[in-house]
Ligand binder design. Structure first.
Ligand code: HEC
Length: 310
């Protein structure tokens, strides 16, 4: 064994000695060039990031984050940053004037707004919420510090917020604090007006189910589908939960409940956040979500092929 190691070292040294200064210089230059190319690509990526605005299936506008100032006036917004559990200030644009200018007033009568994010997160937020509360598109930290945050809800993952981050004036409307971080997508690259029933038909529970299952479906839409898919529809940040085998079929019921309540108590270092602690009637919400997932065992559709995903 020892001899083998020596042999290997010898071979390695001999080989090394063949690298003449000329070779070294050449290798260094190539490395430098590769580095420069990477840097140029990274900068081009940042500069080429467009936010795609869609109405149903039609692309209405492609916008760079810095072009938002032609639609709305930038302000400094102070919020309670739910992901970090502290107050923070952002440079941000009010959402309503942006949507008015891009989609026309008609967006106000639409059903939902679906946000697509670089990391696969894809929440579908009712238009009514944007009419009732003040939402903003944040584009930078107000103090010029990096536009990132320490996501305490996802095992302290440090995440980039840009190009655009959706925030709410939760100091003016403290009731929003009861919802956790579900409607605060970061890394937004798509903003789309949609009718939920046509955009996500595969998520609906079977006809004639209990009121409990129906409520569970609404909770699932609000708290889970931004990350997870059901029958291939929903967010692409976390595993599919229904097809081909439902989690309610392979998880022991008591562990499924415990997982949603506190994932870290089951799996070390998991990045799934617990169902937000502030949600009213949390225990009931949890049971209704499981009732919905259980009912979905009877509704299995083959997910659409990957490349046909919208
Ligand atoms: C912010 C994203 C996010 C949200 C929101 C979220 N999850 Fe998850 N979930 C994950 C990730 C990531 C995993 C994989 C975690 C792991 O393996 O450690 C996961 C795993 C799971 C699993 C385990 C699947 C398996 O087979 O291992 C279940 C069940 C689950 N989530 C249910 C839910 C439910 C129900 C909700 C809504 C109350 C929810 N999740 C909300 C990100 C999320």
């Amino acid at each position: 064994m020892e001899r083998d190691q020596k042999h290997f070292l010898n071979w390695h040294c001999n080989h090394h000695s063949c690298i003449t200064p000329y070779c070294r210089c050449l290798i260094l230059s190539v490395c430098l060039m590769i580095g420069l190319i990477h840097l140029a690509h990274a900068q081009a990526d940042a500069m080429d990031t467009f936010i795609k605005f869609k109405n149903q299936d039609n692309v209405v506008q492609l916008l760079k984050p810095e072009e938002l100032n032609t639609f709305s006036r930038q302000t400094i917004l102070n919020i309670f940053e739910v992901h970090e559990r502290r107050e923070r200030q952002y440079k941000a644009y009010p959402v309503q004037p942006v949507l008015d200018r891009i989609f026309g007033q008609g967006w106000r009568a639409a059903d939902e707004i679906v946000f697509s994010c670089k990391d696969g997160y894809q929440p579908s937020i009712p238009v009514a919420k944007f009419l009732a509360y003040d939402a903003y598109l944040a584009v930078a930290s107000a103090d010029g510090s990096p536009f990132i945050l320490d996501n305490t809800l996802q095992n302290h993952e440090v995440v980039e917020l840009g190009p655009v981050y959706l925030v709410w004036d939760n100091l003016k409307f403290p009731i929003l604090l009861a919802e956790g971080a579900a409607d605060m997508p970061y890394q937004i690259i798509g903003i789309e007006l949609a009718a939920f029933a046509t955009r996500f038909p595969g998520m609906f529970p079977p006809a004639r189910v209990s009121a409990e299952v129906k409520r569970g479906f609404l909770h699932f839409r609000k708290y889970c589908m931004a990350c997870h898919t059901i029958n291939g529809q929903g967010g692409g940040k976390a595993p599919e939960l229904n097809y081909p085998i439902s989690v309610t079929e392979y998880f022991k019921p008591e562990y499924l409940k415990r997982w949603i309540d506190d994932p870290a108590s089951l799996r070390y270092n998991t990045t799934m956040p617990a169902l937000a602690a502030e949600i009213p009637e949390r225990e009931k919400v949890l049971e209704e979500i499981i009732a919905y997932l259980t009912a979905m065992q009877r509704v299995k559709h083959t997910p659409p092929a990957k490349n046909s995903k919208k």
